[in-house]
Design a protein around this ligand. Structure first.
Ligand SMILES: [Ca+2]
Ligand SMILES: [Ca+2]
Ligand SMILES: [Ca+2]
Length: 618
């Protein structure tokens, strides 16, 4: 989650992109909001409020929910068919699929097991100590049923990703277990997500996440949970950096969108745990990417250091990698500001095990692929009622973010950005050392149809793997439309697939595989009281030894339906409604306010919200 810094010219001042941001957010807007948005948008209060009079369209986004708080894979020329089956990671339609960390059940895990709620923003990590072990995480909205809000899901496979045990990171509000009560998050924050994970060589698994409240005290801080025994045993959670308790996001400090990696080499910094995240202080553009390390296997973390210069005060979406020599690399994006009018990708390097970073190297000046361009009013996402946009389109938020990997061939930075046509492509730029850039950035392919976005990169055994979403299968594709919409704003089908591109020559040439065996659509109105989509801001891929696995958000299990509030002329017939046999009073999608089902209402557990995390091997 993340709101971000200002971006003059991209959106009207005062627009909101998430949890309570009332300052001018960045074009990606998500920075903080990925979590926030995600988290905010999904909040389903008993009574929902519409925007306050006078605030207008600009303030109607997630902010309004805060106060109360298909087709088979389409064959594509030149792309291999999915090379392996897809596995559903979040099995929330199966009794007893979720268990507590200690193997027991409680009210939360019982509700999660059959709640068919949404999961998004997945992370995944292959265990180098035992590559049969793969773990994943997500914003898991199943926790809402009992706890009222989203929590960090934790999922583990001991058979190479064929089968999964689902769980939650301990410490959710209703967690009465010994470890849950002992966690620093328990009782201090009620919403957790934005996961990022990595193992060390000894089979310790580190799980970074953010946790906050949607009302005062916000306490939006970053934490790292540690699991031992190849991720099988929960050990503890430690605070890396607290947020401030301010009840207004525009004045407090909020830590957001953390990324975590571990030095898996045998070098002098082996086992070091590295985390980087965005700190937003509400006075944009004055964000900072902060960095901290643990040299004692996650027991303690260092006092955070600011990696990004003040001049790059819109820095967001940090992503970390460790090279074979132990060098630490940190990629990030900056949005336009008065001190730097362009959008840019940057890379910072530490040659001393994360004790300090050199100046950021400029990787590329880019054109953001940002969902705000498709709304007509600067909104990051579009749906029904207060979420309706002038363009009449329906989509969940997306933007540009970078990722980095480092291996024996050098350092490889990927991101998505627009071509002059408006098409979003995934770009890569390679460097021998993270400081010099002998070749220009290039796209992974030259396919002319479809947007590509949300890349992540991992390297193992001399092969680079880049995962991304791709809408080349969309028959309605146009550079001027968001993925999944027709020109008239209707659902264009399950047209978003997950792709993996591989390179065995250090990132010069690539071959692509579609790994999703079923397409998805990002526009389903699962969030914001079933009036707006939310898909999250990222996906992940992980590689160790010969094992590669990617995780993504998927809508194949979601049950379409009709919105009971869309009657007569209020029915937009756009095909984005989900199944929800719920009662609203008044029963009007455009009502200024109404009562809606409690978050625990079974009407919301009938499959209409059923986003899931899927995993696959390219
Ligand atoms: Ca609609
Ligand atoms: Ca609708
Ligand atoms: Ca689900």
């Amino acid at each position: 989650m993340a709101w971000a810094s200002s971006a003059p010219g991209r959106r009207p001042a005062g627009q909101c992109r998430g949890s309570g941001c009332s300052f001018t957010p960045s074009p990606g807007g998500l920075t903080l909001l990925d979590g926030c948005a995600s988290l905010w948008a999904a909040y389903l209060p008993t009574v929902e409020l519409l925007p306050l009079a006078g605030l207008g369209v600009a303030m109607r986004l997630r902010f309004l929910v805060v106060p109360l708080a298909v087709a088979l894979a389409v064959g594509v020329s030149g792309v291999a068919a999915a090379s392996s089956g897809n596995v559903r990671v979040t099995r929330d339609g199966t009794a007893a699929s979720y268990l507590r960390y200690d193997g027991s059940a409680d009210a939360t895990t019982a509700a999660c097991s059959t709640g068919k709620r949404s999961q998004n923003e997945p992370t995944i990590a292959v265990d180098p100590h035992n590559t049969k072990v793969v773990v994943a995480g997500a914003n898991d909205y199943c926790a809402q049923i009992v706890n009222g809000d989203v929590w960090a899901g934790y999922y583990r496979s001991a058979d190479g990703g064929s089968s999964w045990q689902d769980s939650l990171v301990p410490g959710y509000p209703a967690d009465s277990s010994a470890a849950g009560v002992a966690s620093p998050v328990h009782g201090t924050c009620g919403a957790a997500g934005d996961p990022s994970q990595a193992f060390d060589r000894g089979g310790r698994l580190f799980y970074a996440f953010i946790c906050f409240n949607r009302a005062k005290p916000v306490n939006g801080g970053v934490f790292v949970a540690r699991y031992t025994q190849d991720g099988a045993t929960y050990d503890r959670t430690v605070l890396v950096k607290p947020g401030t308790p301010s009840g207004q996001f525009l004045v407090g400090l909020f830590q957001d969108k953390i990324n975590l990696t571990v030095d898996q080499t045998t070098g002098p910094s082996s086992g070091n745990v590295y985390v980087a995240w965005s700190q937003y202080d509400g006075r944009a553009p004055n964000n900072a990417v902060l960095f901290s390390r643990s040299t004692d296997h996650g027991l303690t973390f260092s006092r955070p250091i600011r990696v990004t210069p003040v001049a790059l005060g819109t820095a967001s979406f940090a992503d970390l990698a460790v090279g074979p020599d132990g060098a630490v690399y940190l990629a990030f994006v900056t949005y336009p500001s008065s001190s730097n009018p362009s959008s840019d990708i940057w890379l910072s390097k530490s040659a001393d095990g994360g004790a300090s970073f050199g100046p950021a190297a400029h990787v590329a000046t880019i054109t953001l692929f940002d969902s705000t361009q498709f709304s007509g009013n600067g909104a990051t996402d579009c749906g029904d009622g207060p979420f309706a946009c002038p363009t009449g389109l329906t989509f969940s938020r997306f933007t540009t973010a970078p990722a980095v990997a480092a291996d024996a061939r050098g350092v490889h930075v990927v991101w998505n950005a627009e071509l002059a046509s408006g098409q979003s492509k995934v770009f890569v730029r390679n460097s021998p050392d993270g400081t010099t850039w002998p070749a220009p950035a290039a796209t992974l392919d030259t396919v002319s149809a479809g947007h590509q976005w949300t890349p992540d990169i991992a390297s193992a055994n001399g092969v680079l793997n880049v995962v991304f979403y791709d809408s080349r299968a969309d028959p309605s594709y146009s550079p001027g439309l968001p993925p999944g919409d027709t020109a008239t704003g209707t659902n264009s089908g399950d047209v978003v697939n997950t792709m993996v591109a591989k390179s065995a020559d250090g990132g010069t040439t690539w071959s692509e595989t579609q790994i999703s065996t079923h397409g998805s659509n990002f526009g389903w109105e699962t969030h914001g009281s079933r009036r707006d989509g939310f898909w999250g801001d990222y996906i992940y891929i992980s590689a160790a030894g010969g094992t590669v696995m990617a995780a993504w958000t998927d809508s194949r299990d979601l049950v379409p339906g009709s919105d009971p509030r869309e009657t007569g002329a209020s029915d937009d017939h756009d095909g984005f409604d989900v199944y929800q046999p719920c009662t609203y009073v008044p029963n009007d999608i455009n009502a200024a306010s109404y009562s809606s089902p409690a978050v625990s209402d079974p009407c919301l557990s009938q499959g209409g919200l059923d986003q899931n995390i899927y995993a696959g091997t390219p």
